[in-house]
Design a protein around this ligand. Structure first.
Ligand SMILES: [Zn+2]
Length: 416
């Protein structure tokens, strides 16, 4: 068991943080037993870990990240999406045909993700099944909870990444069969996005989704270019999201649509119908996509939104940085387009990065009683001249903190 003294902060709901200064939390068999303002007598004699002024928070969830693009972070950030894919992303992903190269990159990616406090993630791999299996198994062994998938694409990709649709479906079938029983890291169907997938491929993936009761991650209404391409290539669909609904890909498990920058009413209706997630990736939309999600009004409209680092469209693997950036971008959105937009608050951004996303990975993303204890201790951000309140420490961490400010990490109730 664990008995910890710290300041404790988690999301109570979308608008409010629960704050327990100078308190005690007990964890047994990996689950939170409760929080007390004074030492709980029933744990008398149990070893106490005291983090002093440190602030204990739930670990972060990254709902959209590309592991093979890890080496590209912070490079070629002056390109826009189509050019960036052709000149930067696809050439890198081609290298993952070499399993030894893939292992070296994936090891570094996973270690850095954990160091930055992300314990749950929805991860894109490449089209290559051997490298993708390595990624899933390595994350699974580390105890990270999440999803990953072999990317599917059979058009408009570089020659080295272009798949034959039947071959792509066969390999995906084998991947899903092999890992569908996994507990920590599970497989997810991963069509890159509509412009790189034929109708035949999307429909085949729909059949696999039903066969294995597996959900999907894709880039959804990612940019004006992407949404227009989707409508040209699938003229029978009124919007990007309908492509996946018609294929039966929305109804078998969690669905994550990254970016969701320019959704139509129909996109929003379909996403909500299946309790799917829109994933906000503020750095990526600034760097290469050139659009800002209407996070405030989508939240008000009942859309579930999580945050994604989107490495390497985004340049920083820490989801905490994206919580700060989400607030910044929402203020710009409101400033430039005040009609129908509103800025979000810091508690809303923290909610998206933790409690809103946690249920995808079990009972986590919170420190409420019964939750799986995936948690971080944040420290080293106070001023000499005055003490910050616990919630202020967390806000400052998201703006100016680094992984050095994460003093302890817990995953499944164990210190790591
Ligand atoms: Zn992406």
């Amino acid at each position: 068991m664990l008995l910890i003294h710290a300041n404790i902060v988690y999301s109570e709901d979308r608008a409010h943080l629960a704050v327990y200064p100078d308190s005690y939390i007990a964890v047994e068999q990996g689950r939170v037993q409760g929080i007390w303002p004074v030492f709980p007598e029933k744990y008398k004699g149990a070893p106490l870990t005291d983090y002093g002024d440190g602030v204990l928070i739930p670990a972060f969830s990254d709902l959209h990240v590309h592991a093979p693009q890890y080496l590209n972070r912070g490079l070629e950030m002056d390109l826009l999406l189509a050019d960036w894919l052709d000149r930067c992303t696809f050439p890198m992903e081609e290298k993952f045909a070499d399993p030894e190269f893939a292992k070296a990159v994936y090891d570094a990616f996973i270690d850095d993700m954990i160091a930055n406090g992300t314990m749950h993630a929805c991860v894109y791999a490449t089209i290559h099944e051997e490298a993708t299996s390595y990624l899933l198994e390595r994350m699974d062994r580390k105890g990270i909870k999440g999803f990953t998938g072999k990317i599917n694409m059979d058009r408009s990709a570089s020659a080295g990444l272009m798949e034959d649709p039947m071959d792509s479906l066969q390999k995906t079938d084998a991947f899903l069969e092999k890992y569908s029983g996994n507990r920590n890291m599970r497989p997810l169907i991963t069509p890159r996005f509509a412009p790189t997938c034929s109708r035949e491929l999307i429909q085949g993936l729909g059949r696999l989704g039903r066969k294995y009761q597996t959900g999907m991650q894709t880039h959804l209404v990612e940019s004006r270019w992407e949404a227009e391409q989707a409508r040209v290539l699938f003229p029978e669909c009124s919007c990007d999201t309908e492509i996946y609904e018609r294929a039966g890909l929305m109804e078998n498990g969690p669905v994550l649509g990254a970016h969701f920058i320019f959704p139509s009413e129909e996109d929003i209706r379909i996403l909500k119908k299946y309790d799917s997630y829109a994933v906000h990736c503020p750095d990526a939309t600034t760097n290469i996509i050139a659009g800002i999600m209407q996070a405030g009004v989508l939240l008000d409209g009942g859309v579930r939104i999580g945050l994604g680092s989107d490495v390497s469209g985004g340049h920083h693997i820490g989801v905490y940085t994206q919580a700060a950036r989400a607030v910044q971008l929402s203020k710009l959105k409101e400033f430039y387009e005040p009609e129908g937009n509103r800025a979000i608050t810091f508690p809303e951004a923290f909610f998206m990065a933790t409690k809103q996303s946690g249920p995808l990975f079990g009972n986590t993303g919170t420190l409420e009683e019964g939750a799986v204890f995936d948690a971080l201790v944040i420290d080293g951000l106070s001023d000499a001249a005055r003490k910050l309140r616990p919630e202020q420490v967390i806000e400052r961490f998201c703006y100016i903190g680094t992984k050095e400010n994460i003093k302890a990490r817990y995953l499944n109730g164990e210190a790591i």
